[in-house]
Write a protein that binds this ligand. Structure first.
Ligand SMILES: *[C@@H]1O[C@H](CO)[C@@H](O)[C@H](O)[C@H]1NC(C)=O
Ligand SMILES: *[C@@H]1O[C@H](CO)[C@@H](O)[C@H](O)[C@H]1NC(C)=O
Ligand SMILES: *[C@@H]1O[C@H](CO)[C@@H](O)[C@H](O)[C@H]1NC(C)=O
Ligand SMILES: *[C@@H]1O[C@H](CO)[C@@H](O)[C@H](O)[C@H]1NC(C)=O
Length: 374
């Protein structure tokens, strides 16, 4: 009796599974039909994503109607990026406007002269009650002078971490820039065909130690972290340790590690103080005031004082590829099959940021690359 019941159960389970897989097959097929790229006369995928289709409706959910004319221009632009023209007058004007809000070369990092041992630091995004006391070790890692003081580069690239870079083959193009900014210690080695390897500066949120290096608890974790840093010899590691009070513990772990390996590492450390209010005030004048600006637009703000021209790659906060219509992961380095996340949309307002960056692209202030590189 028990055996018959279990066999029956198994059969019912299999039938249910069959029905479920049929349903998903049909919906995948529907998806596929809606997202198959159409090809232009010479086999180049033609932009269609913004005109029709289920996924563009999904995107429109995040975009207001004022964005629609932009998206049409964007689809044209993707077909022919050689139409873009740099407007140095507009760029220099913007650099000047930003300098009215923040002195980037000096406020890029705390320096020995701007802090003292025993000083209590507060955090940009945490309650004022939280403090971090500057100890001797921390102080010894603060640079004498800002590493970007009097540094000027011709054409810089800022590499965002969007999944749009997957399969882009933009690596060799990115290698050619004079100065390459990256965000959040993103891996490059195994993605070099798409994102390049050159790194002249990367941001390093202390929480990365928790997420990817197990708080440096084992010998292996420490070796891994050491090797990752070694690859950045000569580059600037820009560490926002005073944005969130939750960074305090990992910051101390990080500081101990750097003190211990001081002689062996050639990465240049930079520790920004509480600069976000100044940067926020500038972007507010452009009608952008999210709870938190993204690291990408923060890098753009810093780069505006160091570079004569700025090109952006990997800035695309949507879950589908405008070139192929295929689904995208959030980051180019996310594990295969990771679903696009919208968890940052609320605090960062990435679509609004993108819209502004795209407007700046149209004005010739910056060049946004969304297409694949030849
Ligand atoms: C792209 O635009 C440029 C300038 O407008 C033009 O010379 C070029 O032929 C165009 N290329 C394609 C592939 O349409
Ligand atoms: C460049 O930007 C300036 C300032 O925004 C503007 O007045 C000018 O018309 C622009 N030039 C071109 C060629 O678009
Ligand atoms: C920013 O730089 C100015 C000097 O240009 C300095 O007085 C100020 O303390 C700095 N602020 C921060 C948060 O680094
Ligand atoms: C940028 O980094 C590359 C290596 O990643 C290095 O060869 C180059 O000299 C650096 N450029 C500057 C301006 O520091």
């Amino acid at each position: 009796m028990v055996r018959i019941a279990s066999v029956l159960g198994l059969v019912m389970f299999s039938v249910a599974l069959l029905i479920l897989s049929l349903i998903s097959y049909v919906s995948i097929k529907k998806d596929f039909l809606l997202s198959t790229p159409r090809y232009g006369p010479n086999g180049v995928p033609r932009m269609y994503m913004f005109h029709t289709g289920f996924r563009s409706q999904l995107a429109m959910k995040y975009l207001d109607s004022a964005f629609t004319p932009l998206t049409n221009a964007l689809s044209e632009d993707l077909q022919n990026s050689s139409k873009w023209r740099y407007n140095s007058t507009a760029f220099i004007q913007q650099r000047y406007e930003i300098s009215q809000y923040i002195d980037i070369p000096h406020n890029f990092t705390l320096t020995r002269r701007s802090v003292r041992i025993g000083q209590l630091m507060h955090y940009d995004y945490s309650s004022h009650k939280y403090v971090f006391s500057i100890g001797e070790n921390f102080y010894s890692l603060v640079p004498e002078v800002s590493p970007i003081l009097n540094k000027h580069y011709n054409i810089c690239a800022i590499i965002g971490n969007s999944g749009i870079l997957s399969g882009s083959r933009c690596g060799s193009q990115i290698e050619k820039f004079d100065f390459v900014f990256r965000c959040n210690f993103a891996p490059t080695e195994i993605f070099k065909k798409d994102v390049g390897r050159r790194t002249n500066m990367t941001t390093f949120n202390p929480s990365i130690l928790e997420k990817y290096y197990n708080n440096l608890l084992t010998v292996q974790d420490r070796n891994n972290f050491f090797l990752s840093l070694k690859k950045l010899d000569g580059a600037i590691l820009w560490i926002p340790a005073f944005f969130f009070h939750t960074s305090a513990t990992v910051t101390r772990t990080l500081v101990d590690f750097f003190v211990e390996h001081r002689g062996q590492l050639k990465v240049q450390l930079a520790w920004p103080g509480n600069i976000m209010q100044y940067i926020n005030n500038y972007w507010k004048t452009k009608q952008l005031s999210p709870k938190r600006l993204s690291t990408g637009i923060l890098m753009y703000t810093l780069a505006s004082s160091m570079c004569d021209q700025i090109h952006l790659y990997g800035f695309w906060p949507f879950g589908w590829d405008p070139n192929t219509g295929k689904e995208l992961p959030y980051h180019y380095y996310d594990k295969k099959g990771t679903k696009f996340t919208t968890k940052w949309q609320e605090s960062h307002q990435l679509p609004a940021e993108f819209k502004l960056l795209y407007k700046m692209h149209m004005e010739g202030l910056l060049k946004l690359t969304l297409s694949h590189c030849a």
